[in-house]
Design a protein around this ligand. Sequence first.
Ligand code: COA
Length: 157
Amino acid sequence: MIAVYPGSFDPITVGHIDIIQRMSSKFEEFHILVAKSGDKEYFFSEEERVDLIKGALPKISNLKIHIGSGLTIDFAKKIKADCILRGLRAISDFEYEMAMANMNKKLAAEIETLIVFASPQHHFISSRLVKEVARHGGDLSGLVPPIVEQALMKKQE
Ligand code: COA
C-alpha cells in the first residue's frame, strides 16, 4: 500500500512527527507532500519546510518528501497511492477534513482518505500557534523538534 501524507508543514510540529512515526511503517511507500492550502501565506519557503522535515525525522527507509504545486489528488494518482492520510485533532478539524475528503473522492473515487487521530497530548498544537509563541519568544520545547525551534528563532532575529 502507498500513502500520501499532505500538509503545509509550516513548520512541522511534534504532532505531525507523531503521525509520521506511527503510520509510515504501515505502508510500503510513505510520501510526505508539502502542499499549498488555499490562500495561506507561508512563513517558511517550500524548500525550507522540506529541509526542516528532513532534519526533524530519523531515517525512515520507505519515506519520500515532495513539494506539490497542484492538487494533492493528482499527485496521489501520479504515484499510484492507495490513500491520502490526514491527522485529526479535534472536532473542529472534522468539517474541513470531511469536505476535502469528499472533494478528493469526487475527483478520484479509487483513492481513499484515511483519518488518524492525533495523540491526545498534541491536540492543542498547531503550526500557527507555534509561530505565535515563537514570535513572542515563548518556550517551544515539546512543541517542535530542536531544528525547527532554531529555525523559528533565527527567523525572528
Ligand atoms: N498534530 C498537531 N497539529 C497538526 C496535526 C497533528 N497531527 N496535523 C495537522 N496539524 C495542524 C497543522 O500544524 C496546521 O496548523 P495551522 O493551520 O495552524 O497552520 C493545521 O493543523 C492544518 O494543517 P495541515 O495538516 O498542514 O493542513 P493544511 O490545511 O495546511 O493543508 C493541504 C491542507 C495542503 C493538504 C490541502 O490544502 C491540499 O491538499 N492542498 C493542495 C491543493 C488541493 O488539493 N486542495 C484540496 C482540494 S480538495
